[in-house]
Design a protein. Structure first.
Length: 154
């Protein structure tokens, strides 16, 4: 079975399990996710993970992009946001070392974007450095870690 097909099958099962057990995301969401969601000037940095250097939020947790999103517009709503909380900033986000400041932005709702991709945490990542959401299929789309160049790391 090819890597892509295998991950799709695993992702479908994972997405089904997430949807069936709506309380898991709330139970696994760490307080550090919510405390960083509405930062005044949220800082996006790079951190080394098992997938290489990826974007991380102010709390050091990995950030993900959703394939169903369009430029500067999130399509992850209600139940989706329980599992994939957005990184939000009430003012212009800041860039850490290696992050291109000119590519950071915000949606109209204040969600931080990078190269136009809205950024999210994964509720299954309980501490910095974890990447459990990488290449998951959930809410009718794939979730990927984001590199400094604005590309998924897959």
């Amino acid at each position: 079975m090819s890597r892509r097909v295998h991950h799709k099958a695993v992702g479908v099962l994972a997405g089904t399990a997430l949807a069936a057990a709506g309380v898991i995301g709330v139970a696994n969401a760490s307080p550090s996710h919510s405390s960083a969601l509405a930062a005044r000037h949220a800082k996006v940095s790079l951190a080394r993970t098992s997938h290489g250097k990826v974007l991380v939020g102010p709390n050091g947790h990995s950030l993900y992009v959703f394939t169903n999103d369009t430029r500067n517009r999130s399509h992850c709503k209600s139940a989706c946001r329980t599992f994939w909380p957005p990184l939000e900033s009430t003012a212009a986000p800041r860039a850490g070392t290696g992050v291109n400041a000119s590519k950071l932005g915000r949606t109209g709702a204040g969600q931080v974007t990078y190269y136009g991709h809205p950024l999210y945490y994964y509720s299954g990542d309980s501490h910095a450095g974890q990447t459990r959401g990488e290449d998951l299929f959930a809410f009718n789309g794939y979730w990927y870690l984001e590199s400094a160049r604005g590309h998924s790391v897959v």
